[in-house]
Design a protein around this ligand. Structure first.
Ligand code: GTQ
Length: 331
């Protein structure tokens, strides 16, 4: 069989098609920002941006090991460092990216000619195919969390990049302060004028937090205050394969979402708390990041007296497009 390049199905069948639910390779994990931050800053001392192009420490799933730059089957996340005065040159690629700013002021990302200021908690999109470059006009290091769908694009043998020239940037704010400054209102278009595919690239954190606080104030005790980041022109997920939500957890109140077929990475914007993922207790605080595999049983609770705010990155949009996303009630 080896000589003619064939193999029998039957020894592999039960692994390829397990009963009732998938066998997850991903092992849920917590990445402590306090432990990773000094390593990221050390990388800044040792590795010039010109050499690195993107100076990132990738969060690796313990179920796969550090040879695999991914946190789950579909989600890549990494902490990227930009130092004052540095410039990460323009490129574009097939995978889509989003960034969540962790610390520091003064950096910006330019996406298809739109200069997006980076403030802690902001979510900034770099959809596949769009030119992007990063710059820093501040005085302190800036660190953000990149999330990309590169594991799935690499698996599909679809991933490549192109390098470009610095973009020309008109002097105006990004779309969150111009065309899409008010929820529920989008620019009127003339007959047949195309709507942009990715109209809104920056989601300022202050608005997200205000929206969550408004919901939490009026929510019943069983509801989880959670907002989805969407495309304001279509209502779709903001990237094709990855979805993003923001959650507000109240101290003393357990959030128990349904079991989901999607995998997820959670990033703590601020506050502290604990999550149980398939029976494992993960204690987290500001800047920490943790993962949950497909079909994981997850619950979260804030600790202390202040609410906690998390961003959930997940692959339900991909699973929905492929027609197999599901949720199961908790027992
Ligand atoms: O900032 O453009 O973490 O291209 C991985 C690939 C960040 C980026 C990553 C990238 C970028």
């Amino acid at each position: 069989m080896e000589e003619v390049h064939v193999s029998p199905l039957w020894p592999a069948l039960r692994n390829l098609l397990p009963l009732h639910r998938p066998i997850a390779v991903t092992k849920s994990s917590l990445w402590s920002f306090g432990r990773i931050r000094p390593l990221v800053l050390r990388a800044g001392e040792l590795t010039p941006i010109e050499k690195a192009e993107r100076r990132v420490l990738v969060l690796c799933d313990p179920g796969r090991g550090t040879a695999f730059p991914q946190a789950t089957a579909t989600i890549y996340v990494g902490f990227q460092l930009l130092l004052p005065g540095e410039h990460a040159p323009a490129h574009r690629h097939i995978p889509s990216a989003a960034r969540i700013i962790v610390e520091g002021e003064g950096a910006y990302t330019t996406v298809n000619g739109e200069k997006c200021a980076m403030h802690p908690g902001d979510l900034i999109l770099t959809p596949g195919g769009m030119w992007h470059e990063h710059g820093h006009e501040g005085t302190e290091p800036v660190i953000w969390l990149d999330a990309l769908d590169v594991p799935i694009l690499a698996y599909l043998e679809g991933s490549y990049r192109e390098e470009g020239k610095p973009q020309i940037v008109p002097s105006r704010p990004d779309g969150s302060a111009v065309e899409y400054s008010q929820a529920g209102l989008v620019p009127s278009r003339h007959y047949r004028a195309p709507r942009p595919n990715y109209p809104l690239l920056r989601y300022p954190w202050e608005r997200t937090e205000a929206g969550l606080r408004a919901i939490a104030k009026h929510a019943s005790s069983s509801e989880i205050a959670e907002l989805e980041y969407i495309n304001p022109e279509t209502g779709d997920s903001c990237l094709p394969t990855l979805g993003f939500t923001a959650m507000m957890l109240l101290p003393g109140r357990v959030a128990r979402p349904p079991i989901r077929s999607s995998s997820a990475v959670f990033h703590v914007i601020h506050g502290s708390g604990r999550s149980t993922v398939d029976g494992e207790i993960l204690a987290w605080k500001s800047g920490d990041t943790f993962s949950a595999s497909v079909f994981a049983e997850v619950e979260h609770i804030a600790s202390g007296t202040e609410p906690a705010f998390l961003i959930r990155i997940h692959d339900a949009p991909l699973q929905q497009k492929l027609g197999f996303y599901e949720e199961r009630p908790r027992s």
